[in-house]
Design a binder for this molecule. Structure first.
Ligand SMILES: Nc1ncnc2c1ncn2[C@@H]1O[C@H](COP(=O)(O)OP(=O)(O)OP(=O)(O)O)[C@@H](O)[C@H]1O
Length: 300
């Protein structure tokens, strides 16, 4: 699979804050990639570097093999959707769509109209009078109808209710199946978006902590619970991402697989196994350790 986005050793400081530190990521072309991480992790900064909006202090960023900064050829292939997009004061919804139609070479007008109806957006309403959810929906409509070969959605749906968010996921998935392109989506709603995300980049405190296919990640950890002594016996020698205990019962999430024979033996002795959700995996990987910094794992 070819590479749409690539960074090597990207570091970016804002004053004394290291927003990105030595970031190497590779986003495959024609995937929906989730950019995940806690507040302030560096997601927006990474998207800004990749989309040529800001320049890294050091390291390189490539989009379709070229440097994005002031590169018209690359910029024409991109659409960047974020919360709080600024529009001219007198703009109505239809003006924003008209501007988008001029900006994006692959703009699909009829599809944009259909999306406006889906999200119940009134075309004649001044943008500054839209509700927060409607404002988010406008961004989502533009991002989808742009059909840009590379679309950044930076927390695009903060104002959307659950029904509208589901509509966004459904429309994105359906349209992406018909018009494959590269989508980088930053979100905190990991489990909601988990079915969309084929590739995960997770950052924590400016550093990449995961960069892998979702399927591989899902198979890369397992949770089991039962009598604490048995849990600790099975967890022994493995990287423990999380361990909780209530009375004599414990639950542990460990990296890697438990081979089938070992699992069967553990089950027959009273341990229960459950799959690890993407959200759990990200939380376990990026939650602060007792020492206060993010941990790849602790050993019990
Ligand atoms: N223009 C700026 N000036 C100063 N500090 C900044 C600036 N932009 C980002 N930062 C800092 O860089 C760090 C990373 O911010 P960034 O916005 O990239 O995080 P994020 O992962 O997108 O966060 P969130 O999920 O809360 O939106 C934060 O500590 C933030 O305060």
């Amino acid at each position: 699979m070819s590479t749409a986005l690539r960074t090597r050793g990207v570091t970016k400081h804002f004053g004394g804050t290291a927003a990105l530190q030595d970031v190497d990521v590779r986003v495959p072309e024609h995937t929906i990639t989730g950019l995940l991480g806690r507040n302030g992790a560096g997601k927006t900064t990474l998207m800004q570097v990749l989309s040529g909006q800001i320049i890294a202090d050091s390291g390189t960023a490539e989009v379709f093999g070229e440097h994005p900064f002031e590169n018209e050829r690359v910029l024409r292939q991109m659409c960047f959707i974020r919360e709080g997009q600024k529009y001219p004061d007198n703009f109505k919804v239809r003006h924003a769509l008209r501007a988008a139609a001029m900006l994006f070479p692959r703009w699909d007008g009829p599809y944009a109209e259909a999306l406006l109806a889906d999200f119940q957006l009134p075309t004649d309403r001044p943008i500054k009078k839209l509700s927060r959810g409607m404002f988010s929906a406008l961004g989502v409509v533009i991002g989808l109808a742009s059909r840009a070969p590379l679309t950044f959605f930076d927390e695009p749906y903060l104002g959307l209710d659950a029904v509208s968010r589901q509509l966004f996921y459904d429309r994105l998935l359906a349209d992406y199946a018909e018009n494959p392109r590269t989508v980088l989506l930053s979100t905190h709603l990991i489990d909601e978006a988990a079915d969309l995300i084929e590739h995960v980049v997770a950052i924590d405190a400016g550093r990449v902590v995961l960069d892998d296919a979702t399927d591989r990640l899902r198979g890369d950890a397992v949770t089991f619970s039962g009598p604490a002594t048995l849990v600790d016996e099975l967890a022994g020698g493995r990287t423990v991402l999380r361990r909780e205990q209530l009375g004599g019962t414990a639950r542990a999430t460990v990296r890697g697989e438990v081979p089938p024979a070992e699992r069967e033996a553990a089950e027959s002795r009273g341990l229960d196994f459950e799959p690890v959700s993407l959200q759990q995996l990200i939380v376990h990987t990026t939650a602060p350790s007792p020492g206060g910094t993010a941990s790849e794992g602790t050993r019990s």
